[in-house]
Design a binder for this molecule. Structure first.
Ligand SMILES: Cc1cc2nc3c(=O)[nH]c(=O)nc-3n(C[C@H](O)[C@H](O)[C@H](O)COP(=O)(O)OP(=O)(O)OC[C@H]3O[C@@H](n4cnc5c(N)ncnc54)[C@H](O)[C@@H]3O)c2cc1C
Ligand SMILES: *[C@@H]1O[C@H](CO)[C@@H](O)[C@H](O)[C@H]1NC(C)=O
Ligand SMILES: *[C@@H]1O[C@H](CO)[C@@H](O)[C@H](O)[C@H]1NC(C)=O
Ligand SMILES: *[C@@H]1O[C@H](CO)[C@@H](O)[C@H](O)[C@H]1NC(C)=O
Ligand SMILES: *[C@@H]1O[C@H](CO)[C@@H](O)[C@H](O)[C@H]1NC(C)=O
Ligand SMILES: *[C@@H]1O[C@H](CO)[C@@H](O)[C@H](O)[C@H]1NC(C)=O
Ligand SMILES: *[C@@H]1O[C@H](CO)[C@@H](O)[C@H](O)[C@H]1NC(C)=O
Ligand SMILES: *[C@@H]1O[C@H](CO)[C@@H](O)[C@H](O)[C@H]1NC(C)=O
Ligand SMILES: CC(=O)N[C@H]1CO[C@H](CO)[C@@H](O)[C@@H]1O
Length: 506
């Protein structure tokens, strides 16, 4: 019997039609023309080793540009060959082959890695996009997902608009709308099927390879390729969520930030609030010379209660205020439309930065706003620049013991993200944008003088200290380095915010 289900996985809504008790369907054979190209020999060798459902692309193939297109135009890994495994088993075979040939390999899911370290890669890319099957277990409390799953069956929410994968974020923690209730995306993992650096496939969970289980949840990109994973899921029952979106002018900013601090406390926001998100950017319809401040609130509960709690914001003289009541799967469009419709646009240059916070420093948020105005008046063409702050609820995140996984930032209540968007990686404004980025991040960090700077590993640009990305408690980096020596002695996973810099081996 076919039934329509609607589940929530971490930050994501999962909407799927499935046959009760069905298995992930097996693939039909499909071969591409692998015979013409400078890499013909490697292609033929590899093709003979992996399933006929796989594809191998080299620079001469018509699909090459599409195959290797990335979100960040200004981060350029040297991809010699891209292999799209058709079956999970192929991943181990590709890794073993690359190791025999002594060629570096690197997994790509949706290509949104933001960190410059990825640009040092030169070798064979393992493109996971065909591994996108989802299977809800019959008890409906967990589901299996293949390693490249994204919005194909899983509808993402919030600002990701469905363009990032699940595992890319989750291996570094994974922030999302459900974290106030259920914790980070990686907190929902039950099982991981992992291909290690030497091409051995292992199962990783609380009892099997427990130290790897610790490392994969927060520093996973440095330890293995996940070909599939089992995650907890929660029924959604088609309920409605309340979303309110305000726009304010700069003169409301100080009162607004004070009110947001009162609203969300210091990590105490009721998880019925899935989050509140702020953005400074130019909305030319409202002002071309100063940023408009957008603030979005999302509530899972009775609309009248949400409206009452937001009354203080109504009194701050917003330029606009709109509210809707919508299903989970529509939140994405609503926020995306309000916050930035073009967020997923591929192949742009982004100068980015991040800082983790606990509460907002009003002086800082004002200084960053004034800096925005100053910079935009010098270069009006940078109006797509975004100062973005994310106030998800955090109780679920804090309910997990920090020491139990490699994710080190359970004390950060607010994520920030700064992004100057440019059209070309040789844009003459790159230096200007980088200076603006540095000034903004410095302001955020100076505004919390009692805390050390932190950088959520998935928002990190790559220049931050390892401690700020992987934790200041010295045992964390010690443990990570020890596990690298054990599981990846040749440092083959050295491309994503590497714990050990590339080329260094044990
Ligand atoms: C538009 C946008 C929205 C975002 N929204 C969110 C958000 O809501 N929450 C959040 O926490 N972060 C978010 N981020 C940050 C996001 O976590 C990172 O950009 C992440 O690296 C994207 O993963 P990806 O799979 O798309 O990119 P990729 O570049 O394909 O992968 C990122 C890294 O993960 C590794 N990787 C991917 N899949 C696997 C796998 N199966 N096994 C092993 N390694 C793997 C890759 O090797 C690479 O190093 C967002 C970023 C953008 C640009
Ligand atoms: C590239 O991919 C996009 C979407 O995946 C598709 O619409 C487009 O036709 C592709 N272009 C080429 C040249 O293959
Ligand atoms: C990305 O943009 C650059 C410059 O605009 C262009 O030369 C390049 O072909 C684009 N790449 C893809 C994959 O579209
Ligand atoms: C649900 O089923 C899956 C697969 O059989 C199993 O791994 C998981 O532990 C089960 N969960 C519960 C709560 O029984
Ligand atoms: C927020 O709470 C933390 C403890 O979780 C505390 O150390 C910090 O001083 C508090 N900050 C403010 C501004 O109250
Ligand atoms: C990038 O291109 C768009 C569209 O042509 C343009 O509006 C924008 O100003 C350009 N950005 C920069 C920084 O030049
Ligand atoms: C807020 O930031 C200002 C400017 O950096 C700083 O002087 C002040 O101490 C900060 N306030 C708190 C509570 O940290
Ligand atoms: C691969 O590495 C793992 C972890 O170090 C090890 O247990 C396993 O024996 C290795 N496999 C082979 C074939 O060397
Ligand atoms: C990589 C690849 O070609 N994958 C295909 C494998 O087969 C299934 C089912 O026919 C296709 O949907 C995939 O695209």
């Amino acid at each position: 019997m076919r039934s329509r289900l609607y589940f929530i996985l971490g930050s994501l809504a999962l909407l799927q039609t499935f046959t009760s008790g069905s298995k992930i369907p097996s693939f039909a054979a499909q071969i591409r023309d692998m015979r013409h190209s400078e890499n013909a020999h490697t292609k033929i060798e590899l093709a003979s080793l992996i399933s006929r459902n796989s594809s191998i692309f080299s620079p001469l193939d018509a699909e090459w540009k599409n195959e290797t297109e990335r979100y960040m135009q200004n981060i350029n890994p040297q991809v010699q060959l891209s292999v799209r495994p058709g079956l999970e088993d192929d991943v181990a075979k590709i890794v073993q082959y690359a190791n025999r040939r002594n060629v570096p390999f690197y997994a790509v899911s949706r290509g949104h890695a933001l960190t410059t370290s990825v640009g040092k890669f030169n070798g064979i890319e393992i493109d996971l996009r065909s591994l996108n099957r989802v299977h809800v277990n019959s008890n409906k409390s967990t589901a299996w997902f293949q390693g490249g799953v994204y919005s194909y069956e899983v509808l993402n929410s919030l600002w990701d608009e469905g363009c990032v994968s699940i595992l890319g974020p989750a291996l570094g923690g994974g922030h999302g709308l459900q974290q106030g209730k259920h914790g980070l995306t990686s907190d929902h993992f039950v099982n991981l099927n992992v291909v290690l650096a030497n091409g051995t496939a292992v199962q990783v969970n609380e009892n099997s390879n427990p130290d790897l289980w610790w490392a994969m949840r927060g520093a996973g990109h440095n330890f293995g390729i996940v070909t599939s994973f089992e995650s907890k899921i929660w029924p959604d029952n088609f309920k409605k969520y309340f979303v309110k979106i305000y726009q304010f002018a700069g003169n409301s900013l100080d009162a607004l930030i004070e009110q947001v601090n009162l609203f969300q406390g210091n990590g105490t926001l009721d998880p019925a609030w899935l989050g509140n998100f702020g953005l400074y950017t130019i909305n030319a319809a409202l002002s071309q010379t100063e940023a408009t401040i957008t603030w979005v609130f999302i509530y899972d509960g009775v609309q009248a209660e949400a409206e009452a709690a937001l009354k203080p914001f109504d009194e701050l003289q917003p330029l606009t205020a709109d509210e809707v009541s919508i299903p989970y799967t529509a939140i994405n469009d609503q926020i995306g439309g309000a916050v930035d419709g073009a967020l997923c646009e591929p192949n742009k240059t982004h100068i980015i930065g991040t800082a983790g916070l606990q509460t907002y420093n009003v002086t800082t948020m004002r200084a960053i706003y004034d800096l925005y105005t100053e910079k935009i008046n010098q270069h009006p063409e940078l109006g797509a620049t975004r100062v973005f702050v994310e106030g998800y609820s955090v109780q679920g995140v804090r309910s997990f013991n920090s020491d139990d996984s490699a994710f080190p930032l359970r004390d950060d209540n607010i994520l920030t993200y700064f992004d100057v968007k440019l059209n070309s990686s040789s844009d003459p404004l790159i230096d200007f944008a980088t200076k603006w980025r540095d000034e903004t991040i410095d302001l955020w960090n100076a505004g919390q003088s009692d805390r050390k700077p932190t950088a959520y590993v998935n928002y990190a640009a790559g220049y931050e200290s390892l401690e700020s990305r992987y934790g200041y408690d010295s045992w964390r980096l010690e443990k990570l380095r020890k596990l690298k020596g054990q599981y990846d002695p040749y440092n083959r996973f050295a491309w994503y915010n590497p714990i050990i810099p590339p080329q260094i081996r044990y």
